[in-house]
Design a protein around this ligand. Structure first.
Ligand SMILES: Nc1ncnc2c1ncn2[C@@H]1O[C@H](COP(=O)(O)OP(=O)(O)OP(=O)(O)O)[C@@H](O)[C@H]1O
Length: 284
């Protein structure tokens, strides 16, 4: 029997698996071109359906923007992908073989899903370089010994990431002394140290200057191709500047999907945004 079928059977059969979970696949397979499959996902909190039959597919290497009014379910969707929230129904596959609903939060991170929350959480007393060094250690138990020595390969990797995030000249600065935008880029760099296949980025430009927003747009678009990037953002100008494909969530399901022009001209989307439900204002 194919691994996928075996896993599916296991899922239907029982959720209490053997602790060793011998049939658990952690090998990513995206030969069909799709990295993330969320199908018919629903979750309720105290009887309120925050996610309601959600279907979402993210291609390998794609940059996708997710928009939607307050309470549309964007954060809850991210929580489901990362294992923080378990759906009541539905399936969530990472590539064709990895069943996310069978993995713990740390396991989901280790198969290559990184999440950046809105508020930067860099280690302020440490330098930019040291932050990246720490982020390299997937196993946080090795932190105390990590500073002892890094290999030339690891140093090269850190240098590459410093260049990607544009902080080469700030490598010896304390993270706490960075601007808000620089802290956000450092945190994206810290995620990159884990070489994730999928990066989930929550409101990356909130509180940024225009210049920082432009730099963030460049950074996120440069990551696509090598990684899949899912950006949840309220700032429509920013979304327009980076998006190929936009998904509009509303009441826990996909309302519309397409280019920014397509979704902006979709009467259902206009109704949701102009209907007074969104405190962030109409779509620009
Ligand atoms: N743990 C929870 N308990 C109860 N209700 C919740 C919980 N998490 C989310 N909700 C509710 O589910 C709905 C969806 O919330 P969610 O935070 O996912 O929306 P969102 O699209 O991220 O909104 P925003 O743009 O304001 O961040 C909201 O009505 C919210 O109040």
């Amino acid at each position: 029997m194919k691994t996928l079928d075996r896993l599916r059977q296991g899922l239907l059969r029982n959720r209490a698996w053997d602790l060793t979970r011998p049939d658990l696949s952690l090998e990513l397979n995206t030969s069909h071109g799709t990295l993330l499959y969320l199908e018919d996902i629903s979750v309720s909190f105290d009887g309120f359906r925050a996610i309601d039959g959600l279907n979402l597919y993210i291609d390998a290497g794609e940059l996708r923007c997710i928009i939607g009014p307050n309470g549309a379910g964007k954060t809850t969707m991210m929580d489901i992908i990362t294992g923080k929230t378990r759906p009541d129904t539905g399936t969530a596959w990472f590539g064709q073989t990895i069943d996310l609903l069978r993995l713990s939060e740390p396991e989901i991170a280790s198969v290559g899903i990184g999440r950046k929350f809105q508020k930067p959480s860099v280690f302020e007393p440490l330098t930019v370089f040291e932050n990246l060094e720490l982020a390299m250690a997937a196993d946080k138990r090795v932190w105390p010994t990590l500073r002892a020595r890094i290999t030339p390969e690891q140093r090269t990797r850190i240098e590459e990431v410093l260049e990607t995030i544009g902080l080469q000249e700030h490598r010896t600065r304390r993270a706490g002394a960075l601007s808000h935008g620089q802290k956000q880029w450092l945190e994206i760099g810290m995620l990159l140290m884990q070489a994730p296949h999928l990066l989930l980025v929550d409101e990356p430009v909130a509180g940024m200057t225009h210049q920082e927003m432009d730099r963030t747009a460049e950074l996120l678009t440069s990551l696509a191709g090598k990684h899949s990037v899912v950006v949840v953002e309220h700032d429509m100008d920013f979304v327009r500047s980076i998006a190929n494909k936009v998904t509009v969530l509303h009441q826990g399901r996909v309302l519309a999907e397409g280019t920014m022009d397509e979704v902006q001209n979709d009467p259902r989307v206009i109704e949701v945004y102009l209907g007074g439900e969104d405190v962030h204002g109409p779509m620009a």
